[in-house]
Structures are given as C-alpha cells and as structure tokens.
Design a protein around this ligand. Structure first.
Ligand code: DX5
Ligand code: ZN
Length: 230
C-alpha cells in the first residue's frame, strides 16, 4: 500500500476474488489456473477452525500449495481467517505465502495487536466483521487496515444468500477508511455484485458462483462483467 513499503501491493480497482472453498480440491491447482487465466488477480483462501465457525476447512499447507502459481500470474493470496485467536497463526500464514491476512474483529480481544503483527509479518492487514457486527465497531482500527471485509452471509459455509443489510454496511465501511480496500464476502454472483459495487465494495469474493459452475473461467468473467470489474 502507498506509504508502507513493507507490505504487499494490493491490486487496485474492482476485482472478483474467487474463493477456493468451493473448488474441487482433488484438482485445486488446475482450478486455480483456470481463474487466473480468466483474469483473476485475487485468490481468496477461507480458513475455518471448527471453533470460531463450526466447519474445519484448510490451513497454511493449502495456501502454500497454491502460492507459487498465484504469484507467478501476478496475483495475490488473500487469506480470510475465520479462526479464534488468529494472532497465533499470523506468522504461519505469512510463511505460507499469504499476501493479505484478514482476521475477524469478533475472534480476538487484541485486534490492534494482531493487525500490527500482520504488518510486521510483511503482509497487508484486513479486518472482517460478521453480519451482526456494525461497521462502527471498526472505527478505532480502520485507519490501520489495508482492507475491511464485510461478511454478506454468516461465515462458515459457501452457497448462502446475500444478506440485504450489506450495502449500507459497505458504504459505512468505505466512509471509515477511504484508503482501504472494501471487500464483500458471501452470496456474490452476477445478480448481487452490482449492488455491492454501487455501495462501495472493490473486491467481491465469489465461491460457489465461480467454482460451482460448469465452467469456472466463464462464470468468473460473467461476474466480473456484471460488476464492471477489471
Ligand atoms: C464463507 C466464506 C466465503 C465463501 C463464500 O464463510 O468466507 O468466502 O466461500 O461463498 P459463496 O460465494 O458461495 O457465498
Ligand atoms: Zn471468505
């Protein structure tokens, strides 16, 4: 980010960020290559611990397994940690090749400390909020963040419907941190993406709408076109 030479430069503009949560893990590399070839420059990695959210998904080993091909395409590994006490895992994700690490405001009593630990690890720092957490909860940390993530579903599962209160929260988050990337996550497809962008979202995470489609590259392109994304 501008003025902070020690962190990765995040792609500018509007971007669709495919979430590998909905990919075919038996063909993960191939599926990531498909969306990179279609133009994706942000690959979203959903980490769940069976504690902060009920499911257990993937961790640093999987981030590390895709990092070289993502970086080779000039793209970034965007890690979304839906885990309790994320401060304990920051160094591990940075070592795995994460470019941005996003933690939940609800998952730690030490949000300021973990945001600074992310920066010290050399990564860009994001903070996410659940649907029931107001945007104003980030007022005191927003200026320290490179990215603010608004959950537009309850975290834990792909394939849920976009919650209607999201656009107003996106606009509020954009007002809190004009220099930060505003990311929206959950229920994004070609129908919901335009409202999220109009409300202030720059990065649109899409899992099932991309990897649940018969042709992920075509699905990616369709959402990007609907969103007016790069
Ligand atoms: C949900 C995850 C999302 C998920 C989105 O807890 O954070 O990134 O993959 O999935 P879709 O796009 O299917 O709603
Ligand atoms: Zn996510």
């Amino acid at each position: 980010m501008e003025g902070r030479a020690d962190v990765h430069r995040l792609p500018a503009g509007c971007r669709v960020a495919p979430s590998i949560l909905s990919a075919d893990f038996a063909r993960l590399g191939e599926q990531v290559d498909e969306v990179l070839a279609a133009g994706a420059r942000v690959i979203h990695v959903d980490v769940m611990d069976g504690d902060f959210v009920p499911p257990i998904t993937i961790g640093p080993l999987v981030a590390s397994a895709i990092a070289d091909r993502v970086h080779g395409a000039g793209a970034i590994v965007d890690c979304h940690l839906m885990i309790a006490r994320p401060e304990a895992q920051v160094a591990e994700f940075a070592r795995a090749g994460a470019d941005s690490i996003t933690v939940h405001a609800e998952a730690t009593a030490h949000l300021n400390r973990v945001v600074h630990a992310i920066h010290e690890s050399g990564c860009s720092a994001g903070v996410a909020i659940n649907p029931a957490t107001p945007a104003g909860a980030l007022e005191a940390i927003a200026a320290d963040c490179d990215l603010l993530l608004c959950m537009s579903v309850n975290p834990g599962w792909g394939g849920q419907a976009f919650l209607p209160g999201t656009p107003a929260k996106l606009t509020a988050l954009a007002g809190l941190a004009p220099a930060a990337v505003i990311e929206v996550d959950g229920g994004i497809d070609a129908a919901t993406a335009p409202a999220a962008v109009a409300a202030g979202a720059a990065w649109l995470v899409a899992g099932s709408a991309v990897f649940g489609a018969a042709d992920p590259a075509a699905a990616y392109a369709g959402i990007a076109a609907a969103a007016g994304a790069d």
